[in-house]
Design a protein around this ligand. Sequence first.
Ligand code: PRP
Ligand code: MG
Length: 207
Amino acid sequence: MLRIALTKGRLEKEATALLARAGYDTAALADKGRRLILPVGDDIEVMLAKAPDVITYVIHGVCDMGIVGKDTIMEYGGSFYEVMDLGFGRCRFALAVPKGTDFYADYTGHRLASKYPNVTRDYFARKGMDVGIIKIEGSVELAPLLGLADGIIDIVETGNTLKENGLEAIEDVAALSARLIVNTAAMKLKNHDIEAFIENVSREVAL
Ligand code: PRP
Ligand code: MG
């Protein structure tokens, strides 16, 4: 039996479609109601979890594998194998500021709001800039509009949220997509089953 933690929400539909294309029976996943543990064929169980929890379950080995965004992997890290870019959930991390403002006009006192404080810290540390970081849980675009921050580091997909709120992306920070992660011990103990799963899925990944 292989247990896969799947990120609820945005990645769910495309992950289910990918599993179906790879030949797995996703009927239970497609009609799950409020259930959180779903059988996928006879040999796989899928757990639906919030993105950071996918990583927690995989690190602790209670799930053998996980499907999670690169954004969450960059923010939380941890000891596991990131084995495959699954080719969906494509978007990017960007630095965005209120349209027309000059973020680099002066070198002191920059405040950034983000749901990803570690990514934000790393990005500006690489630039040698000391910035203040305010952790926001969602709709982070509000922070610069309210004057709480000079800019944000956030996910941009279509760019509509930025545009409709008078913000603009001024730098790309990283390309993002859904990834398959594997628990390090499971990779050894269940190698045969995990390799077979990776092979079935990789045939259907459109990069
Ligand atoms: C995400 C992200 C951006 C937006 C990007 O937010 O944080 O705000 O989507 O998509 P776009 O470029 O296509 O407009 P989400 O709607 O997931 O909500 P949250 O930020 O409140 O978590
Ligand atoms: Mg948002």
